[in-house]
Design a binder for this molecule. Sequence first.
Ligand code: CU
Length: 155
Amino acid sequence: MKFSYQIFYVFLVLLLPSLTFAADLTGKTIEVNDPFVRAVPPGASNTALFMILKNSGKTDLVISEISSPASRAAEVHMSMHKGGMMEMHHVPELTIKSGESVSFSPDGYHIMLIGLKNPLKEGTIVALTLKFKNGDTLKIDAPVRKLMKKMEHRH
Ligand SMILES: [Cu+2]
């Protein structure tokens, strides 16, 4: 009896740190403003999610993993101008500093939804889970809508 009790104790000690430190930040120390997914024509395989994230907590947060049931993969991307062309690249880790905001917009950072599983009709809600490097998570529900003209990229 004593032996199995000790094993149980060891398990508890091993488990506790991860249970204590990983938190769901939804509705807590990170504010999600105006999240939406860009509506795309049926058959399109990718789209992007835009929003503003504000870290009102005391520690910096590093986005390290993203998932959505709507697509095969989801990644932070950065759009950049290169020789008159728009290029984007994958940002494996994006830091949102304590007290600061990061904008996800057509001209900069965005969450790329890669390999859409179903056509996304306007008004559909897309669920997204961000996972931070410290194990915390954040759940976001973003409606699908058209990109407004004034936000479209023009030269
Ligand atoms: Cu992209």
